[in-house]
Design a protein around this ligand. Sequence first.
Ligand code: URA
Length: 212
Amino acid sequence: MASFPNVVVLDHPLVQHKLTRLRQVTTSTAGFRRLTREISLLMAYEATRDLKLEPVEIETPLEPMTATMLSGKKLCFVSILRAGNGILDGMLDLVPAARVGHIGLYRDPDTLEPVEYYIKLPDDLSERFCIVVDPMLATGHSAVVAVTKLKQAGAKQIAFVCLLSVPEGLATFTEAHPDVKVITAAIDRELDEHGYIRPGLGDAGDRLFGTK
Ligand code: URA
């Protein structure tokens, strides 16, 4: 398989175990939602690994000490609608104060290109570390457009988090945005002729929201 220098596969045993349960066709909507939330919290842990710390003076019940707290850039999670919202919950469990943006894209039936139908972002994006979330990096087209929109809105530091990806989508995305780190729980075999990731987990939005 091609290697992608700016892509991290989160091969932690807990993530892989939960991902397998997520893939299973027998997993219920409630189970799918809970597993997505749990995996997303662990993905957020990895995605925020490089946040900067600064020293702070505090007092423990026993003595003063110099401890560390987050400094500098604050976070903004950006969900690609609608399945990205499933990932937001787990990330916000870990970082409840993060700002949240939404980008809605649909695929034009004629050109098959993503078209924006909704965008709402915080206005101080240039001061925030933006983590874009979508469970599936399939063709990569939506992810490319979403990150382009964020850059146009002023974002300077961006990461992309997904549960599953495929080599084709990673190649498209990393070529368009070589400066954006991708964190994924697995790189699957291929895209099928309908744009589904194989072996995959099916339609992430339908499984999260119980639609069909
Ligand atoms: N989106 C999904 O929800 N599933 C896929 O397999 C590909 C794109």
